[in-house]
Write a protein that binds this ligand. Structure first.
Ligand SMILES: *[C@@H]1O[C@H](CO)[C@@H](O)[C@H](O)[C@H]1NC(C)=O
Ligand SMILES: *[C@@H]1O[C@H](CO)[C@@H](O)[C@H](O)[C@H]1NC(C)=O
Ligand SMILES: *[C@@H]1O[C@H](CO)[C@@H](O)[C@H](O)[C@H]1NC(C)=O
Ligand SMILES: *[C@@H]1O[C@H](CO)[C@@H](O)[C@H](O)[C@H]1NC(C)=O
Length: 381
């Protein structure tokens, strides 16, 4: 009985939504259905936005006119009034070149404080200095755009407002790293998957999260004392970096997590590579997919509960001298993709249930899981 009622209600709801949609422009529907495929979160917001628009059309129009430029003045960008969050966003994904972008920002903007600029997948290649005039943003998204050059000064007045810069998987060869220090409230900069060949030292009092990576990047930038006090999470991805200079990260006093995925770190990770200054508490080291065949004792200064990922490297054993200190601090060691020689060298793990549990995804070269080894076979080791 209840089930039937429920079904009826759902059917009514769907009917209502359909009716509502019939009233929308085809253009809205197309965007909505594309968003459903590309990004369900955005689709949800868009859907709410459309429903709101439907219910409060007059009110919405009133605000839209007060806050947004004339639609024809900023085409192909769209000014999007998010009534749910009381935010203005600018969707410029359709912009193809600089001239178009420059024209957009010569329009008259009744309100100049915007929340998000979305230029993801846009085919623009240069972001020129001053292009945004006096329009400011808190978030800029250029994900998978064709950007190659980001000029110094491109962010204009947004240096006061930007919290988040998403420039991943573009073709950026030139980025104003030295100007990061001017951003007053920046928290995250996502720059992996680009094409710069070097990164100068840079500074920020507020930056917390950063990803870097380029097929031409062979050196980790130098981090000078007291330049990045808030940086917690630093990631390098897909770059031909071959070496970690011992003690390189000592100046990053807020650091918690370091990640080096798909680099070309090779050979031996020598003693004192990852050592910390007093007060520095790093709890995450990720060396996923590199070419280390040996990690020396003391290479990583372990901390309580530390997570260390050495998956898909070239070691064939887990020496007690190297890893026991980590497991005794209740740390976790991820070892998937190592063909481990299951001789007496691993007896210390196999005969200790806690160590066995925290050595994750451990397999012998013949494919046997560590959990299927019989501890009795290791008693005489
Ligand atoms: C969805 O993604 C495709 C390509 O992946 C893109 O061409 C299209 O513009 C996107 N649509 C929306 C509404 O984001
Ligand atoms: C933004 O610039 C335009 C034109 O340069 C000017 O008319 C407007 O007053 C400026 N707005 C603000 C808030 O500074
Ligand atoms: C980056 O450049 C390459 C080579 O010119 C091109 O094939 C690729 O589409 C560009 N990437 C983007 C996101 O535009
Ligand atoms: C490790 O965990 C055990 C059990 O939860 C606890 O008794 C011990 O104090 C922990 N050791 C360290 C070094 O945190």
């Amino acid at each position: 009985m209840l089930g039937k009622l429920f079904n009826t209600l759902v059917a009514l709801y769907i009917f209502k939504v359909r009716i509502a949609f019939c009233l929308y422009h085809n253009h809205d529907l197309n965007i909505y259905s594309e968003l459903l495929i590309n990004d369900s979160n955005k689709a949800n917001t868009y859907h709410k936005h459309l429903l709101k628009e439907q219910h409060n059309q007059d009110e919405y129009n009133n605000y839209f006119e007060k806050l947004c430029p004339k639609p024809e003045d900023i085409a192909p960008c769209l000014c999007v009034l998010d009534t749910e969050h009381s935010e203005l966003n600018l969707d410029c994904r359709a912009v193809v070149d600089i001239t178009q972008l420059q024209n957009v920002f010569q329009a008259e903007f009744p309100e100049t404080s915007f929340n998000r600029l979305d230029m993801s997948r846009s085919s623009i290649t240069v972001l020129p200095s001053g292009v945004f005039g006096n329009i400011t943003f808190k978030h800029m998204d250029f994900l998978i755009s064709s950007l190659e050059v980001v000029e110094d000064g491109a962010f204009g007045g947004s240096v006061e407002t930007l919290k988040d810069l998403s420039f991943q998987y573009c073709n950026i060869t030139q980025f104003p790293f030295e100007s990061i220090k001017n951003f007053k409230v920046i928290e995250s900069i996502w720059l992996r998957g680009n094409k710069y060949s070097a990164i100068p030292s840079f500074e920020s009092d507020t930056l917390k999260w950063m990803t870097l990576g380029s097929p031409y990047l062979t050196e980790i930038p130098e981090f000078l004392p007291n330049t990045l006090p808030a940086l917690e999470d630093l990631q390098f991805n897909d770059s031909p970096i071959t070496n970690i200079v011992p003690g390189h990260f000592k100046n990053l006093h807020g650091l918690q997590s370091l990640s080096f995925r798909w680099l070309q770190l090779s050979g031996v990770l020598t003693a004192n590579s990852f050592v910390w200054d007093e007060g520095q508490v790093v709890t995450w080291i990720d060396l996923f997919h590199n070419n280390y065949y040996k990690i020396e004792p003391g290479a990583i200064q372990f901390t309580e509960g530390m997570y260390v990922d050495i998956r898909f490297n070239l070691m064939d054993t887990l020496e007690e001298e190297v890893w026991r200190p980590l497991l005794e601090l209740n740390g976790t060691l991820e070892v998937q993709g190592l063909d481990i020689n299951c001789d007496c060298g691993i007896a210390w793990i196999v005969t200790n249930p806690q160590f066995l549990e925290y050595t994750v995804d451990a397999f012998c070269a013949d494919g046997t899981s560590f959990f299927d080894l019989d501890p009795k076979d290791y008693i005489d080791c």
